[in-house]
Design a protein around this ligand. Structure first.
Ligand SMILES: NC(=O)c1ccc[n+]([C@@H]2O[C@H](COP(=O)([O-])OP(=O)(O)OC[C@H]3O[C@@H](n4cnc5c(N)ncnc54)[C@H](OP(=O)(O)O)[C@@H]3O)[C@@H](O)[C@H]2O)c1
Length: 293
């Protein structure tokens, strides 16, 4: 797609992981509200199907990109493509995520980059994508980043001596650690980019019966639409237009895990993420205040 395919009045939102579950429903809701949604997924066939859904939910607008977020080069190729294609980005919704399913609970999955899967997809990928797109977000200000975290961030802990969990594997701890890192990153990012007109919030969308949740046998009282509406609300509710660095449990603002408010810990995490995400060396569009710990 070419830049001119987005009309000058359309707001553009990139929703990662919009081929199923909460992301797919979020993408459709935003399209219904007139947004130009950039659908993203790793499987081209699923992406084409999700894009068709978005176009029929809206007025035919929308576009799509394919990238595997479990690969560092996949994340950077996605960022490159967004920067080359779109003249504006009003909202970035980092929704794509993984959790180790019950059937392989004892298996610690490692990516092609040698990193633990949850850590790379749930934290490093949104970290790198957000930093790489920050120049575009700032030029589109007021703009917003929404990071889809989880209630699990509340009991998460950063295992500083073994962030990759190579020593003692625990899939729930790995998921919780990745979501805590995402929430802490959100708050640090919000503070650093406040002056540029880019806000950032994170949320637990609510327990909804999606593919991920079914595969982990977690009890989910809500349908997908409930969680998607909670995500969309952070983007579109005018009463939240000054909220930044806030964590929401479904619709309520609450205090996240104290680590997410610990500036020293957040900067330590930032340093790790800069090192592991491959952002350094591709700073063309990244504001300077994001490139140091
Ligand atoms: N559902 C809940 O109750 C709940 C609660 C708290 C937080 N969350 C969070 O909500 C987000 C959405 O999850 P969901 O419940 O909607 O699960 P889902 O239906 O499994 O959707 C996950 C999405 O992420 C994509 N994805 C996974 N790995 C990827 C990769 N390596 N590269 C690119 N895309 C990838 C999936 O693509 P495929 O379609 O190809 O698999 C899918 O589009 C996640 O971040 C999750 O942690 C969900």
């Amino acid at each position: 797609m070419k830049e001119q395919d987005v009309t000058s009045t359309e707001r553009v939102a990139l929703v990662t992981g919009s081929t199923s579950g909460l992301g797919e429903a979020t993408a459709r809701l935003l399209a219904e509200e007139g947004w130009h949604v950039v659908v993203h997924g790793r499987d081209p066939r699923k992406v084409a199907k999700a894009l068709a859904g978005v176009r029929s939910a809206g007025r035919g607008q929308g576009s799509s990109l394919v990238a595997d977020l479990s690969r560092r080069d996949g994340v950077h190729a996605l960022a490159d493509e967004v920067l080359a294609t779109y003249g504006r980005l009003d909202a970035l919704i980092n929704n794509a995520g993984v959790a180790t399913p019950n059937r392989s609970a004892r298996t610690r999955r490692v990516t092609a980059d040698g990193l633990q899967l949850e850590w790379q997809v749930n934290f490093l990928a949104p970290f790198a994508l957000t930093l790489r797109l920050s120049g575009l977000l700032a030029r589109s200000a007021p703009a917003l980043v929404v990071n889809v975290s989880s209630v699990a961030q509340g009991w998460g802990q950063l295992r500083w001596d073994d962030l990759q969990m190579a020593g003692r594997w625990d899939r729930m701890a790995a998921y919780a650690q990745s979501k805590l890192a995402l929430t802490a990153f959100t708050n640090e990012y919000a503070q650093r980019l406040r002056a540029d007109g880019v806000r950032a919030n994170s949320l637990h969308p609510g327990m909804c019966a999606t593919k991920m949740v079914r595969s982990t046998f977690v009890l989910a009282p809500h349908r997908t639409g409930y969680g998607a509406r909670n995500i969309v609300r952070l983007v579109t509710d005018p009463r939240l237009e000054n909220a930044s660095g806030v964590y929401f449990h479904e619709r309520r603002r609450i205090e996240p895990n104290p680590f997410a408010q610990d500036v020293v810990g957040r900067r330590r995490l930032w340093e790790v993420a800069l090192d592991q995400s491959g952002v350094i060396g591709r700073p063309d569009e990244v504001p300077a205040e994001l490139l140091t710990a």
